[in-house]
Ligand binder design. Structure first.
Ligand SMILES: Cc1cc2nc3c(=O)[nH]c(=O)nc-3n(C[C@H](O)[C@H](O)[C@H](O)COP(=O)(O)OP(=O)(O)OC[C@H]3O[C@@H](n4cnc5c(N)ncnc54)[C@H](O)[C@@H]3O)c2cc1C
Length: 374
């Protein structure tokens, strides 16, 4: 293969996973457990993606809301890991500590939890490394190198320069389908309201913590902009797609400005922001068009199902959805796989269910297993 002189040829791997969010973590560990030599490339310096750096810190349920566990495997290992070195509020029925029981009735019986994004992120390094995955931090995958529709590997930009890592299979777990989009896989863009969340505490929170010992709720979300349904979206601002640098910059500036305006109304000696998000909190940026779609239809079955999940939304308690393997790839690109919130799940119920943490772990685990056996 011919390279531009500026690109340094590095090692070949069986599987290269791009993106160290929940999906990429599950994919890389799964591929490694299936015997593959795996490289995980992450552009930030911490693992967890939106779940940690995006300050989401709420692991949606692994159960269906009627007492049935729907997702097992790495998704369950990860919920347990989120609680291993830090607080949790997993109900005791599901093996939680019971020290900080869920407050809302809605979650009293669900296999879900709040977690510390910082402690969980540190634990994710340990998990991934213990499973034999090689990691490159602070390294941005730029372009897949294609031979027709076969991906030969990935070009990665870092302080080392431009490097090429060869791969038999590549998993795109970027959250915005950057790799598959650039490889020529058809993709669809999402639309997002402006949401900007931080974790904050003030003196009232400190007093409450001392009184109750409930460390779980000390990290308080403070959001600017919109809720999930568009209430609070800034007037005059269009919907955000997140697929151009201008769009992301607009989002970041608007979000931070709005947060700062709020902060100016507070007693400056009486609060602190724990961390700003390190990535845009956009729910649906871009997803692939796969061999088939995941539409989250209760009871729909697939011959190539990779597993089932429930629905985190209270109105959809008790629903059971199978996820088809065909949602993870486009048949014209046989060694490229999607994991996490970029799978082929059209707008509506499919994308809503596919994008939450447990489902991302499930599709990541499946993508890793498939890629390892290619
Ligand atoms: C406002 C908001 C609220 C939410 N609330 C919840 C909730 O309460 N519970 C829940 O379960 N889910 C929630 N979600 C959804 C959930 O957090 C995410 O969809 C999920 O964590 C996505 O995981 P992922 O691994 O697919 O992608 P991401 O978390 O986006 O991970 C992608 C990773 O890839 C890296 N990356 C991207 N491009 C490159 C590149 N070119 N090279 C190298 N690395 C790259 C990124 O840095 C990141 O680490 C929420 C999402 C939002 C935005």
């Amino acid at each position: 293969m011919d390279f531009n002189l500026n690109v340094i040829k590095k090692e070949d791997y069986d599987v290269v996973v791009v993106g160290g969010g929940i999906a990429g973590i599950a994919a890389s560990v799964s591929a490694a457990r299936n015997g593959a030599n795996v490289l995980l490339i992450e552009k930030q310096i911490n693992l967890g993606g939106l779940a940690t750096g995006g300050l989401i810190s709420w692991y949606e349920p692994l159960c269906d809301g009627k007492g049935n566990q729907m997702i097992y495997g790495i998704a369950e290992e990860l919920i347990k890991l989120s609680a291993k070195y830090g607080f949790d509020n997993i109900p005791e029925k599901w093996g939680g500590s019971g020290i900080h029981p869920p407050k809302s009735q809605r979650y009293a019986t669900r296999y879900a939890t709040l977690f510390s994004p910082t402690v969980f992120s540190a634990a994710l390094d340990e998990f991934v490394l213990e499973n034999g995955v090689n990691i490159r931090f602070d390294s941005r995958a730029t372009y897949p190198v294609m031979d027709g529709n076969i991906c030969k590997g990935i070009i990665v930009e870092s302080v080392s320069g431009s490097e090429f890592f060869g791969a038999k299979a590549v998993i795109d777990a970027t959250g915005d389908a950057l790799v598959m989009h650039r490889a020529g896989v058809p993709t669809v863009e999402g639309e997002n309201f402006m949401t900007y969340l931080v974790h904050m505490y003030d003196m009232e929170d400190v007093k409450k913590l001392i009184k109750t010992g409930d460390i779980c709720r000390f990290r308080r979300w403070v959001g600017r902009g919109s809720d999930m349904f568009g209430n609070g979206h800034p007037e005059g601002m269009g919907m955000l797609k997140g697929v151009t640098s201008e769009d992301i910059t607009d989002y970041v500036i608007t979000g931070k400005k709005s947060m700062l305006e709020y902060v100016k109304t507070l007693d400056k000696d009486g609060f602190d922001i724990m961390t700003l998000p390190t990535m845009p909190q956009l729910r649906t940026i871009r997803r692939i068009v796969g061999k088939c779609d995941f539409n989250a239809i209760d009871g729909e079955t697939f011959a190539d199902s990779i597993g089932s999940c429930g629905d985190f939304r209270p109105r959809h308690i008790g629903k059971h959805y199978q996820i088809p393997k065909g949602a993870l790839y486009n048949e014209k690109f046989p060694n490229l796989f999607a994991a996490g919130r970029i799978i082929s799940a059209p707008k509506g119920d499919g994308w809503e269910v596919a994008r939450v943490i447990p489902t991302c772990a499930l599709t990541g685990e499946a993508a890793g297993k498939i890629a390892a056996h290619i």
